[in-house]
Design a protein around this ligand. Sequence first.
Ligand code: FAD
Ligand code: NAI
Length: 470
Amino acid sequence: MEIKYDLIVIGAGPGGYVAALSAARQGMKVAVVEKQTVGGTCLGRGCIPTKTLLHTAELYKEAKEGEEIGLLTSGLSVDMGKLNQYKNQVVDTLSGGIEASFKKVKIALFRGEASILQLDQTDPDSGEKYQQVCVGEESLIGRKLLIATGSEPVHLPLPGMDLDGVWDSTDLLDNDQPIDSLVIIGGGVIGMEFASLYASLGTKVTVIEALDRILATLDKEFGQNLKMILKKQSVEIHTSAKLQSIEEGSEDGKRVLICHYLEKEKPQLSSGEKVLVAVGRRAYTDRLFDDKLEVRPQTERGKVLVDERFETSVPGVYAIGDVIPGIQLAHVASAQGENAVAAMLGKEPPIRMDVVPSCVYTSPEIASVGMTADEAKEKGIETETLKFVMGANGKSVLTRQERSFLRILVEKETGRILGAHMMCARATDMIGEFSSAIVNGLTADRMGEAIRPHPTFNEAVAEALRTFKE
Ligand code: FAD
Ligand code: NAI
């Protein structure tokens, strides 16, 4: 028997493809199996398509309000068909780029669904351990295996979820028609990005969120501010509102979907032409393990369990990304991929996993990294918050931004940067500076030594830092 690959990767999302490239660049012979888009959920039906649509929606919104700034447009409209084509073009370009990188480092790409046949077997000739995977008729044998199969939308077990027009994020991303009214179930990250997107396109948006606030995993102030901003765009947000069922109805002679929910225990209803259900994502391992597979990695509620080196309970078998417990973000999956490959090669992890920036691409953008003031307090750390309101930032004024701000959390005694939390234009680009500052233990004074160009949104960082110990 020939052990042909050093590593077999199942799933070419941001976890799997980054791991595969890293392994190949470090001399491993790698095979990747992917059944859909090379680039995964992120590229095919997640990060990239949503941000492509948001880009056009944002331009449209700005142009519509352009008269005051001397931008005269007549007959301005969005062609959803063309927008959808453009989004697909962006996806194809980036996916093709990853495939070209695979070719360059001689990664073998197999298209199809992988099934794991055998794990932790010993080759009788060489005494080496191996893992076996099949893709259709093809059998792949490798020393190590990386499971990077990602996640899929959670489906609620409620009446009416199968009705035509009740969509998940993948369905809505494929939409190429204007939508008059949209009800969004779930005020999490996906829900709020789509609310911002469709509100900008002129759709009447209603959000139904079970918890007492939107964007519940982030600092309270973000959700409160976003709610106010979206309200100005006529977005209706119902919190402490739990969906019960969806049924078909008709309004003004048009078919609508009526969502029944309990808001603060009272029965209520909202209707829309379409319904987006965005209530979380579950780890995806459907048909991954062959029925006859004896040695299996341990799982918990469908998620593959791993240790701090991303190795599963089966030696030589690793897992990363949305399929394991923890934060479901593309950059987290990629970082885990790099660290898992380092572990396979007996090297130190190159990336710190304890400092994770998280971003929401609403308008304005939201970005956050490191500790919040409450978390620092719980740890008994005395802090100072450096706050800057963007109303005094030239670039924010001239581009007519909504009320926005940034906050930097600093350890009082040492001046060490502990966290940064922003809601402003380009927040998602600016947050990286703070990830780097926290990882490198920089103080507010050291960060303040750098000149930031004028006029930029980034100048606000210098302004805020200047207020330390003022
Ligand atoms: P995935 O990207 O899900 O990739 C897994 C791949 O494995 C898939 O391509 C799948 O086809 C393949 N696969 C599964 N099983 C098999 C099998 N048996 N055989 C072969 N192939 C298989 N994150 C961000 O950081 N920023 C964002 O802006 C952002 N926006 C998002 C927007 C939306 C609408 C959604 C849904 C998600 C978004 N995310 C975002 C989350 C991000 O997409 C995921 O965290 C990320 O894609 C996880 O990467 P992964 O490699 O673990 O899995
Ligand atoms: P989420 O967990 O962020 O939000 C789901 C929301 O649905 C929660 O607030 C929950 O309370 C609510 N909910 C659940 N059941 C409900 C019910 N019956 N009625 C009303 N509300 C209900 O999950 P989401 O938005 O689906 O996103 C999944 C993941 O995708 C995120 O956790 C994030 O990691 C990733 N993502 C990241 C993005 C980014 O980085 N910009 C963008 C989009 C997604």
